[in-house]
Design a protein around this ligand. Sequence first.
Ligand code: NAD
Ligand code: UD1
Length: 337
Amino acid sequence: MAILVTGGAGYIGSHTVVELLEAGLEVVVIDNLCNGSREAVRRVERITGKPVRFVQCDIRDRQGLDALFREHAIEAVIHFAGLKAVGESVGKPLEYYENNVYGTLVLCQAMEAVGVRRMVFSSSATVYGAEAPVPYVETTTRGTTSNPYGTSKAMVETLLEDLVVADKRWSVALLRYFNPIGAHPSGLIGEDPQGIPNNLMPFIAQVAVGRRDELTIFGSDYPTTDGTCERDYLHVVDLAVGHLKALKAVEAPGVSIYNLGTGQGVSVLEMVGSFTRVTGVEVPYRFGDRRPGDLPAFWADASKAAQELGWSAEKSLDEMMADTWRWQSANPQGYAE
Ligand code: NAD
Ligand code: UD1
């Protein structure tokens, strides 16, 4: 029996496939490669010394999924595939709802048809919305999301919850990620955003490697310790291990929700300072306007995952910085070279 990983050629998916293979599990990866890379999958094979079964397939392609489920005995699905750029989602809501919501719906229908009813889903801390008290805790109800990306995550959470209510044989883990950064310590796989990075860590790394001139820090007048926003950054390898643990949670029917974060807020200025301290590379920056939609500060209450899954983020901020830099400096153009 194998684990099906949708979006396994992407950033978090590729790191998770490494952990699954190293735990001795069989894996089948599907990805339509709209934002992932075939090279990432080859590098996962290099890291683990194991072949990866890769099928180029879109999660909206029901026939493709049916063929896949016929060909491979799948016991559970870890579902990463989707679009994730917040700003882009505002201009392209239909693409986001089609990929993220309709895509998940088709995937669930294909799973139902073959009796595979275990799913670990990539959700996001964004579903808590702007009003939730910090630290975010899973018992807080979903808030008002401020963009189609966030809304698509909230909609998929609802869809999966409704599915479990309707059919008690389904089991679903909704993993609410905080801010994953870093790379595999081998430096072979990492985050490879297309175009100008939206997120802080890849932007810092691209400035450091000379692909961009300077970082703009969005806002310096927030009500935080140094005026810049605070987030809960966690190492992508810790996040990947969280998925392995969540597979245990989906052995029993029902829905479970877990925050995956460190429980610590770190400011943008602290991020820049840590990067330079760890790598010795200066990151020129200037302060700019606040970015619309940004919240001043949030981090996870990560105690539920610790108690129920036995999972805690273990890697330090210094390791996140060192591993990001090992990946970025060895692969200045990402997988493109
Ligand atoms: P990513 O873009 O690197 O990986 C997603 C993968 O899914 C890509 O390889 C892409 O080609 C593939 N894909 C997209 N649409 C598809 C479709 N219709 N059919 C098949 N494959 C498709 O993103 P990531 O950072 O690895 O994120 C993985 C998941 O985690 C996403 O669902 C994302 O929304 C969620 N998430 C990410 C973050 C983050 O900070 N990176 C935070 C919270 C949640
Ligand atoms: C963003 C998304 C969130 C998504 C997450 C992971 C928004 C409003 N939120 O979260 O929904 O789940 O990415 O994909 O887009 N920053 C700068 N300069 C930069 C880039 C970022 O100062 O060039 C700051 C931001 O203002 C923020 C912090 O760095 O305070 C982290 O930003 P980012 O990495 O984009 O993550 P989030 O905003 O937390």
